[in-house]
Design a protein around this ligand. Structure first.
Ligand code: PMV
Length: 289
């Protein structure tokens, strides 16, 4: 029996646009998912398309126990973290010897299959390697770690990533003349952010612009808008939806001394908030029982 863990993530820039080959920047964050796998001839069904696919891909049978510090269906990449940690645990428990790269690739293919073909490798890359990552098309680059002071606000409104991705695809199909420039502009924001990674004031402004464009794409939600505005009012450099939107989480980039105030302002809107920072470690082994 082995236990592996993988971190969650926030998108600093570029969600949705990344599905169409535009650049994105995402960061692994502290809450982790812990997955224990045990060989078993008659395992209980996992009832998760992600976990079932992990066993199918690896061609073995086993039992799984999941202990998650990450809220699911909230835009923090919990499905990718579960998939990456499950694949790594199966790999170890059954002595399969796949490399980290192979695990990242398999996890991406599983996410893509469950999300009906539309998925970027962002979540699975960040969960596998940790740190700050730049993604564009098939290229993935780990950036030097930055000590961003972040507060994540969870609206507690659950969303489905695949439905939100499908909704944007539908909007783009019906209104390409509006959506294509918006996706290009999001890509432009991400490229600009690459030049300002050590300038939180400018990064915050870019996050605010990114948020407005996500709202144009229809992935906003009144509860998200409330949290974004309250974080900005409480002094955040910038705040935006993170992940697929339509509910789930937002993220605020904060001056260090205002983190608690911003978290309290978010919680005053009947949401949950936590202060977080970069997790430079990706998938890792926890314990061998
Ligand atoms: O909601 P999350 O954490 O699964 O993020 C989805 C991000 C999208 O860009 C909308 C989809 C993707 O696969 O990148």
């Amino acid at each position: 029996m082995v236990t592996w863990s993988a971190p969650g993530k926030v998108f600093l820039f570029g969600e949705h646009a990344v599905v169409y080959g535009k650049p994105a920047i995402a960061m692994a964050i502290k809450p982790r998912v812990f997955v224990t796998v045990r060989k078993s001839r008659a395992p209980h069904p996992a009832k998760s398309p992600y976990i079932d696919s992990c066993f199918d891909e690896m061609g073995v049978k086993g039992s799984v126990y999941i202990n998650s510090q990450l809220p699911s269906s909230s835009g923090l990449g919990s499905s990718a973290a579960v998939t990456v940690a499950t694949l790594a645990a199966i790999n170890d428990e059954f002595g399969i010897n796949n490399s980290r790269e192979q695990i990242a690739e398999m996890a991406f293919n599983i996410e893509k299959k469950v999300q009906k073909g539309r998925a970027s490798p962002t979540d699975t890359t960040v969960s596998t390697y940790g740190g700050l990552v730049f993604i564009m098309g098939a290229s993935r680059r780990r950036l030097p770690p930055e000590s961003f002071q972040m507060v994540v606000g969870n609206t507690m409104v659950s969303h489905s990533t695949s439905k939100m991705v499908e909704m944007v695809a539908d909007l783009k199909k019906k209104n390409p003349e509006i959506c294509d420039p918006v996706l290009d502009a999001i890509g432009g924001i991400t490229m600009s952010a690459m030049h300002h990674l050590v300038d939180p004031v400018q990064l915050g402004r870019l996050m605010n612009m990114n948020n407005s464009l996500l709202e144009v794409l229809g992935v906003g939600h009144p509860a998200l808008s409330r949290l974004v505005l309250s974080a900005r009012t409480a002094g955040a450099y910038g705040a935006k939806i993170t992940g697929a939107g339509g509910g789930g989480c937002m993220v605020a980039l904060c001056p260090k001394h205002l983190k608690s105030r911003i978290a309290s302002a978010i919680e005053a809107c009947e949401a949950r908030a936590f202060v977080t920072n970069i997790d430079t470690e990706g998938v890792r082994k926890e314990k061998d029982v």
